[in-house]
Design a protein. Structure first.
Length: 291
C-alpha cells in the first residue's frame, strides 16, 4: 500500500510540475490554485502515509519541508530573484518531498534525502538553464544585444583591462609555484575572475536588450515586474520596489490610461524558471544527487 502511494505521489508531482511549466512558459505565471492545491496534496499524501505506516515521520517531515522551503522562498522573493509563483511552487515541493531531520547529528538533516538532492540539482539545472535561455534570447535579439554589450564593454573598459592584467599576472605567477594544487587553484581563480566579469556583462546585456519592453496598462497582469517607476501628478503608482504589480495598481493604471494620463509601462520579463523545477525533479528521480 505504501509503495503504491509513493508511486501516486511521484505521478501527481510530475504532472503538477509539467502543468506549472506549461503555464509559466505560456503566461509567465503559475496559477495559485495549482500551487496551493499542490501544498494541500503534499500534506494529504504524507498524512495518509503516516496513518498507513503508523509513523509520525512522514507528516512531520512534510511540515518541516514546507517551513524550510517557505523560508528559502521568502528570501528569494524579497531579494527580487523569483516571482510569487516560483516561490509558492517551491514551498509546495517542500511539503511534497518533506525534509527528514535528526536532532542528534550535525547538520541535523538527512543529506541523502530526496529534498536535499532536488535542491542541489536545482542549483545546477538553474545555472545551465538560465545561461542557455540567455543565449537563445541574445540570438533572437542579436542586434539589440550586440549594441548593448558593446556599450557596456566600453563603459567598463578600464575595469576590464585591470581584470585582464590581474589575471595575466596571476597566470604568469602560477608557473613559478612548485605545488601543483596551488598552481591549479591560482590558474582557476584567474580564469574565474575574467569569466565572471564577462558573464555579468552578458547577463546585464540580455536583460536590458531582450527582457525589457513597453506594454499598455491593459496588457498588465498581476505579478508583472515594473522596471521603471510610474508617477501620475507626482503621486507614486508602481515601480520596481513593489516586487510585482498588484491588481489595485493595475486598476489605477487602466483608469489613468483611459484618461490619457498614462500610455505605456516598462516591464521586465523574467526567465520562465518553473521548468527547472520539473527538470531538477526528473534528474533527482533518475540520478539522485548529481553532486
Amino acid at each position: 500500500m505504501a509503495t503504491e502511494l509513493g508511486l501516486v505521489k511521484v505521478t501527481v508531482l510530475l504532472a503538477a510540475l509539467a502543468a506549472a511549466s506549461y503555464c509559466d512558459g505560456r503566461k509567465r505565471e503559475t496559477p495559485n490554485w495549482l500551487n496551493y492545491g499542490l501544498v494541500a496534496a503534499g500534506l494529504a499524501f504524507n498524512t495518509l502515509q503516516s496513518v498507513i505506516l503508523l509513523d509520525w515521520k512522514p507528516i512531520v517531515f512534510s511540515v518541516t519541508g514546507l517551513v524550510a522551503l517557505f523560508a528559502a522562498a521568502y528570501v528569494m522573493f524579497y531579494s527580487g530573484q523569483w516571482g510569487g509563483g516560483d516561490s509558492k511552487l517551491l514551498i509546495a515541493i517542500g511539503a511534497f518531498l518533506g525534509a527528514p531531520f535528526t536532532i542528534s547529528q550535525f547538520p541535523f538533516v538527512d543529506v541523502n534525502s530526496q529534498l536535499v538532492s532536488f535542491l542541489a540539482n536545482l542549483m545546477l539545472v538553474g545555472v545551465v538553464y538560465a545561461f542557455a535561455y540567455g543565449i537563445v534570447m541574445a540570438v533572437r535579439n542579436h542586434k539589440k544585444f550586440a549594441a548593448e554589450a558593446s556599450l557596456r564593454l566600453r563603459k567598463y573598459a578600464l575595469a576590464r583591462r585591470a581584470l585582464l592584467l590581474a589575471s595575466a599576472f596571476a597566470l604568469a605567477t602560477a608557473f613559478f609555484v612548485q605545488d601543483l594544487m596551488v598552481r591549479m587553484l591560482i590558474a582557476a581563480a584567474a580564469v574565474l575572475l575574467v569569466a565572471t566579469f564577462y558573464l555579468a556583462i552578458f547577463a546585464k546585456s540580455v536583460e536590458k536588450a531582450c527582457m525589457l519592453k513597453h506594454v499598455s496598462p491593459l496588457a498588465l497582469t498581476e505579478g508583472d515586474w515594473i522596471a521603471e517607476e510610474v508617477r501620475v501628478g507626482g503621486k507614486y503608482v508602481c515601480g520596481p520596489k513593489d516586487l510585482g504589480i498588484e491588481k489595485q495598481q493595475i486598476a489605477k493604471l487602466i483608469s489613468y490610461y483611459k484618461k490619457g494620463k498614462v500610455k505605456r509601462i516598462l516591464i521586465k520579463e523574467g526567465v520562465p524558471f518553473v521548468p527547472t523545477f520539473l527538470i531538477a525533479y526528473l534528474v533527482t528521480l533518475v540520478y539522485g544527487n548529481v553532486f
